[in-house]
Design a protein around this ligand. Sequence first.
Ligand code: SF4
Length: 371
Amino acid sequence: MPTDIYQNLIELSLKGPLKDNHTCYQILDPEKTELLPLLQSAYTLRKRFCGNSVKIHILNNVQNGLCKEDCQYCAQSRDSKASIETYPMKSDEEIMEEARNAYEKGAFRYCMVFSGKGISDRRINHIASIVREIKKRHNIEVCVSAGTVTIRQAQILKDAGLNRLNHNLNTSENIYKRICSTHTYEDRLKTLQSAKQAQLQICSGVILGMGETRDDIIEMARTLHNLRVESIPVNFFMPIEGLPLTLPTQLTPEQCLRILCLFRFLNPRTEIRVAAGRELYLRDMEVMAFYPANSLFMEGYLNTRGKSRRKTLQMLKDANFTIESDKDLDALLQRENAMEDTLKSQEQDKDIGYVLTLKKGKDLRILKSHQ
Ligand code: SF4
């Protein structure tokens, strides 16, 4: 492969989405391209459009489990036997406290996630009032993930000051029927269109490692480009015990990095998040993901734990990334280190992520864990 392929990739990407799949195959194929120059090219684009900073997201699993849908990859689905903590919507007080916690920990965005396919108008109005209150109290962006929404519901959230609506495509159109029978790929597209029409920013991503082909991966990255989404969370399938979908964990760290590069070349201006499975799949190559990607989740995922805040922040600092926050990275780290001195055993207990571990009640419900 001539060395100027890497420069060409940047130029092609700047002209619009890479037109032919042949170039995309090259990005995914270790026989055709080398990883380090590929990461460097992806970083050139990331730096140009997103700078050198990383956006930290903290998730609040506002309502967990009890879902009537049958998404095969999801621990909250009706078919799942995973032993997760289930609960209906948290109280406003609990949600507000967790928003404050996210802000204090340096989060750029606080993401409230509700299980279920969709949501009633009454619930949307309730969420809108919570969004309004969070925006009044903290300088933090807010994202809501509440299943399918109509244009009118999206408009209510937009009027309340919501910054983004999350609704993942999850996989390619091809595969969708295999992973869910209770709603369709088109249902998901419709919600994204509603959010666009309400002029909300869209966060929509994928879960990789569910048996997709290279063509499926390329199609997902292209579809998200065509939908002009502002943010793409790239998740890797979490093989939680009890899930209907059981697949061997096949993706290697190198493949994950190549996929992230592909998403960057096809979406050069977009916020790309290394989402669930960051620690589990990338292992010791984790920090390299931030050359193509510019965003992460801290404090774990919906039902699984991630590595500690201290280690996440230290990783970014060591690689000379900055964070997008009105908190200072050094000050956040100092605080985490001080906490580690006093709470060493608890912190060590939390400091996992390379091994798939389910969250417990105290991880999911900060306020309750203090009572
Ligand atoms: S992904 Fe959402 S809709 Fe599907 S089972 Fe999980 S919570 Fe329900």
